[in-house]
Design a protein around this ligand. Structure first.
Ligand SMILES: Cc1cc2nc3c(=O)[nH]c(=O)nc-3n(C[C@H](O)[C@H](O)[C@H](O)COP(=O)(O)O)c2cc1C
Length: 247
């Protein structure tokens, strides 16, 4: 019996770490050999499909692993303005919190330049970009406002905010101006809660109920790491919750 097997859980974690390390090394090697990231992703999916037992097997890991990759998320661009500086970063860890008053929360690492600007100004903007702007999302999530003026570098156009000084992106199909009402540290991130003071949205891409019209806009979705997708318009289903709730 190997030492790590004797150690039970600790051994499981060591094996898990080794497995992750092997996977990372393989991925790096493949990338070095010029395979595109998409190909790497496709290969990983195909490999899993070929392993029949994997299709049905449930895996149970102690700990969380990359739990934050497990569900697709709608990435947003968080904007802020302070001391004459605009900045924008990508953020996928956000949530609606309350309808009355309208509250939204976003989890931001204190390391982000945007975080400093939000704390200084007490305001932030939330901007949703269509899938065709996924490159801009990646760019804003891959650069630091402390090093570069992202608005200038990426040629980002703004519209005038109504009640705050936060930048509102012209390309956003929906954007909100928010006033910080609370912020609290949870682990390595700060949960920043804002009251939505103003909503900006492209009338033409929403139905009367303010539901996104997939015929008019393809929302960007983020799978984690560097993978982005969108929602296929022919996947839309209308399911009456009351009818279904009756069973
Ligand atoms: C799609 C995507 C989602 C991200 N989500 C978050 C997030 O929710 N919270 C966070 O703190 N950082 C997140 N990041 C990382 C920041 O966007 C990134 O660190 C950025 O460079 C910060 O910019 P800043 O230093 O100019 O504020 C995300 C990055 C990407 C690409």
């Amino acid at each position: 019996m190997r030492q790590d097997e004797e150690q039970g859980l600790a051994g499981d974690e060591t094996r898990q770490e080794r497995r992750e390390q092997r996977k990372r090394r393989k991925r790096e090697k493949m990338l070095q050999h010029g395979k595109s990231l998409f190909r790497v992703y496709k290969d990983a999916v195909l490999k899993r499909l070929r392993k029949k037992e994997d299709k049905m097997a449930k895996r149970h890991n102690e700990g969380a692993g990359n739990f934050y990759h497990h569900n697709p998320r709608v990435p947003t661009i968080v904007t802020a303005h302070a001391e004459g500086r605009d900045n924008a970063m990508a953020a996928s860890w956000h949530a609606s919190i309350s309808m009355r008053p309208p509250l939204i929360g976003v989890s931001i690492s204190p390391k982000r330049f945007t975080y400093q600007l939000i704390l200084e100004s007490g305001e932030f903007g939330i901007n949703f970009l269509p899938a065709e702007k996924a490159e801009l999302i990646a760019a804003l999530g891959g650069s630091k406002g402390s090093e570069v003026d992202k608005f200038q570098k990426f040629g980002i156009k703004k519209v005038k905010p109504l009640k705050t000084s936060v930048p509102i992106l012209e390309d956003a199909y929906a954007a909100y101006e928010c006033k910080v009402i609370d912020h609290r540290t949870y682990g390595d991130h700060e949960w920043v809660v804002g009251e939505i003071l103003v909503t900006h949205f492209d009338e033409g891409v929403f139905t009367d109920e303010e539901i996104l019209d997939l015929e008019r806009v393809a929302p960007s979705l983020y799978l984690g790491a560097d993978f982005y997708v969108t929602a296929a318009k022919d996947s839309l289903r209308l399911l009456d919750r009351k009818a279904y709730g009756k069973g």
